[in-house]
Design a protein around this ligand. Structure first.
Ligand SMILES: Nc1nc2c(ncn2[C@@H]2O[C@H](COP(=O)(O)OP(=O)(O)OP(=O)(O)O)[C@@H](O)[C@H]2O)c(=O)[nH]1
Ligand SMILES: [Mg+2]
Length: 390
């Protein structure tokens, strides 16, 4: 009896254990993720998973051996293209001569359609003087026009205008030397920039550095203006903007030592062009002009290196520019003129006076403050711009 009771008890325990296991498994599947004791979330209906999209076999081209090799060779790093240099377009002199041109076109407008008389000649003279061609050169030009007008029996004002244009070209294109800035391949080339304060020396250096770097030269900018730290900072900005290399000294340092260092650095680095900035100075200050002579002598220690001494003149100073030019030419033997700010002045006729009275070639002209606003001076282009009708 006892045996029977034991068998029944074991059977009951086994059955209840089985029932417990089954119930607990059911509970687990119904409350997946739930927390014990909390009401279970309703089961989420499971959407049947769409079959994976497959491209049709024919859209998966098999790469050729060449293509695979190409892929293997290609670097997995993207190499950024080098930054593009600032693109500068050459400005047209005609568009920039504004105020000087209007002085001439105004006078021409007044003499056209009338007979030639004293008033005609007065108008021509006045326009030349207003444009700061100066008394001497104006008289020279008008005398030549009068002579030719007689010879050719000119009767129309337009004929006089054409003759005047011819004379201006002849005067500008006369034998005042080569206008190109000298650079000899395989040599060190040094260009010095001199002039009174604020005429545009540093800006002109920046513009030239831009042009020459673009042509493939390696350019060193020498901060020979050590009077103010700001002067070297200004040149540094131009160096950064144009891809030139700057050599500078401490404020108050001897400009000669800066120039010496710049030339040594240029030789060491294989740079072929050194542009020397100098402090602005009044042509009347003897000690400052002496300092400039000394600077020149330092460059001359490397025989043949000094290719240009460019006197920078602000066109808007008009006739005073002539006086400056005489003094600087005496001190440092100027090889050419850089005439700046021709864009903002009515006194562009100073080009003619400089050429006629000094015989120093105007080599470059500044026609704005931008990087590209510097053009090589061409007498024919200048005359065409000055005498253009529109
Ligand atoms: N409109 C115009 N402005 C110019 C031209 N060239 C230079 N300038 C401006 O003239 C001012 C003086 O230029 P700088 O290059 O500093 O003159 P600088 O001769 O080096 O002056 P200092 O070093 O003080 O003697 C600046 O504001 C230039 O932007 C030009 O061709 N046209
Ligand atoms: Mg300067």
């Amino acid at each position: 009896m006892v045996t029977v009771i034991l068998v029944v008890a074991v059977a009951l325990v086994l059955v209840s254990a089985g029932v417990f296991v089954a119930v607990s498994m059911l509970g687990r599947t119904g409350r997946r993720g739930g927390v014990a004791g909390e009401p279970s979330a309703p089961p989420v209906a499971r959407q049947p998973r769409p079959p994976a999209e497959r491209l049709p076999e024919r859209d998966l081209p098999t790469p050729s051996v060449d293509e695979l090799e190409e892929l293997l060779r290609a670097p997995d790093i993207e190499v950024a293209a080098p930054p593009e240099p600032e693109v500068v377009e050459r400005p047209r002199l005609r568009d920039r001569l504004g105020r000087t041109r209007s002085t001439f076109s105004g006078a021409f407008g007044r003499i056209r359609g009338r007979k030639i008389d004293d008033e005609t000649w007065d108008e021509l003279e006045e326009s030349l003087l207003l444009a700061d061609v100066g008394m001497v050169t104006t008289a020279r030009l008008l005398d030549a026009v009068r002579t030719r007008a007689k010879e050719e029996s000119a009767t129309e004002p337009d004929e006089l205008i054409a003759l005047l244009r011819d004379e201006v070209v002849a005067l500008l294109a006369g034998d005042s030397g080569d206008r190109s800035l000298r650079v000899l391949a395989g040599e060190q080339n040094v260009w010095m920039f001199v002039g009174v304060n604020g005429v545009g020396k540093t800006t002109t250096i920046g513009k030239l550095a831009s042009q020459r770097v673009a042509e493939g030269h390696r350019v060193v900018l020498a901060a020979g203006d050590t009077f103010r730290a700001a002067a070297a900072d200004q040149l540094q900005l131009w160096a950064e903007r144009t891809g030139g290399e700057l050599v500078r000294g401490q404020e108050g340092a001897d400009p000669g030592s800066v120039v010496f260092d710049a030339m040594a650095a240029a030789s060491g680095r294989g740079a072929d062009l050194v542009l020397v900035d100098t402090a602005g100075r009044l042509h009347t200050k003897t000690n400052l002009m002496e300092e400039l002579k000394k600077l020149r002598r330092i460059v001359d220690r490397t025989p043949g290196a000094l290719k240009e001494v460019l006197l920078v003149i602000d066109a808007s100073t008009g006739q005073n520019g002539l006086v400056q030019a005489k003094q600087f030419a005496e001190a440092v033997d100027v090889t050419g003129i850089a005439l700046t700010k021709l864009d903002g002045t009515a006194k562009g006729g100073i080009v003619i006076a400089i050429q006629a009275e000094l015989g120093i070639p105007v080599k470059i002209v500044g026609v704005g403050e931008g990087l590209g606003d510097l053009i090589e001076f061409d007498p024919h282009e200048f005359a065409a711009a000055l005498f253009a009708d529109d």
